[in-house]
Write a protein that binds this ligand. Structure first.
Ligand SMILES: *Cc1c(COP(=O)(O)O)cnc(C)c1O
Length: 376
């Protein structure tokens, strides 16, 4: 394949994502539905192309963060169920109903509001309820009996799913996941005692799947990171990781210019790099506005001509400079790899995250909209 003509682009393997999805499905087994998380433009991979691929693989549920993200998928023709996980604003209520999105309730007030929305719409509205079992973020902290009472008052809307989210599922030095699960189970038990059924119970995302916390799988899991080929490293003595998933994204940038500089030359803003000897540098057509972390200044790496080479100087908005002294064959117009592999040489989002002082999720979802997505 001829390299695409863009100054910076990502190649996304939809086959890889499909394989990762099948692998997650196989790992949890046939009794557990896999809800595919495609929020944040499918972690930078392109929400629409990824969603179409997953629907083609049989996915019945997608999950997004916002109403806007859900509407974009609906408008583009995605017909499967879409859970909106991170709340809905008053001005978004109409779009939830109109586009047949499935909202998540995070409070007793949300439950009442959803019931009013369903009443006004004059049609069924199914929703999922999120329990804050100890993460201290979104979700209701109401007592089980208060939740039962709020649900008992529903006249129009219907509780379809009960969920929570773990704060520390990959951390085997912390008791937090067990404590969260116990609180969640108490809530679920109270609903069942009150004769309230739910179709879906879901508490696990990638880490709780990958580290086989099977008591937290129930009959649905929410997989995001794993679909894109990553499972975070465990802390402490965890069980082996059971998912066989691989990264699906390669990020490239073109060399705009190559030049030889003498010893002592300062490179980039602030003159933070001084050439220790005569050297050859290449200037790449991607910078922090494309998602190259500014923190990688003088510490990041790229793959150029099949070798790992260092970034030198401060990352600029649109440009990044690298040391290509050891790759004299490189010239303007050639591609280098910011994330991905050339032959056996790899640079993945977890390695980049370590150098940038962040996490792999942050690296992937920061690749900006101006970086063209090319599907292979
Ligand atoms: C993002 C998100 C997920 C997916 O998490 P991964 O670690 O990427 O699998 C699941 N549930 C909620 C509530 C989320 O916000």
């Amino acid at each position: 394949m001829m390299p695409p003509p863009y100054r910076s682009y990502v190649l996304v393997s939809l086959d890889r994502i499909a394989r990762n999805y099948r692998n997650v499905c196989a790992a949890v087994g046939p009794g557990v539905e896999v809800m595919a998380v495609v929020k944040a433009d499918a972690y930078g991979h392109g929400a629409l192309a990824v969603s179409r691929t997953l629907v083609g693989e049989g996915a019945k549920w997608l999950a997004v963060s916002s109403v806007d993200e859900g509407v974009a998928l609906r408008t583009a023709g995605i017909g499967v169920r879409i859970l909106v996980m991170a709340g809905f604003l008053p001005q978004e209520r109409e779009a939830v109903v109109q586009h047949d999105l499935t909202p998540t309730a995070h409070s007793l007030d949300d439950i009442a509001e959803l019931d009013r929305m369903a009443g006004r719409a004059g049609r069924p509205l199914a929703f999922h309820l999120k329990i804050d079992s100890g993460m201290g973020r979104l979700g209701t902290r109401a007592q089980p009996q208060e939740i039962v009472a709020a649900l008992g008052a529903l006249g129009h809307a219907r509780l379809e799913g009960l969920m929570t989210h773990f704060a520390s599922a990959a951390d085997f030095t912390s008791p937090q996941t067990g404590q969260q699960l116990a609180r969640f189970q108490a809530c679920l038990a109270a609903l069942r005692e009150a004769g309230m059924g739910v179709d879906y119970v879901h508490t696990s995302s990638t880490n709780a799947i990958g580290y086989a916390r099977k008591d937290a799988w129930h009959n649905m899991v929410r997989a995001g990171h794993a679909l894109y080929g990553y499972v975070s490293p465990a802390r402490g003595a965890g069980p082996g990781q059971i998912l066989d998933v691989q990264p699906a994204l390669t990020w490239k940038a073109k060399i705009l210019a190559v030049k030889d500089i003498p010893e002592g030359t300062l490179v980039g803003y602030g003159g933070t790099f001084r050439a220790p000897a005569a050297m050859r540098i290449a200037i790449l057509g991607a910078g922090y506005a494309d998602g190259v972390f500014h923190r990688l200044s003088n510490r990041g790496k790229v793959i150029a001509a099949g070798q790992i080479v260092p970034m030198v100087g401060t990352i600029s908005m649109d440009l990044t400079t690298i040391d290509v002294s050891r790759a004299p064959e490189l010239k303007a117009g050639d591609d280098v790899t910011l994330l991905g592999a050339e032959g056996d040489v790899r640079l993945d989002a977890q390695q980049i995250a370590r150098a940038a002082g962040t996490i792999s999720y942050n690296i992937l979802s920061s690749i900006s909209a101006r970086v063209r997505r090319v599907y292979v």
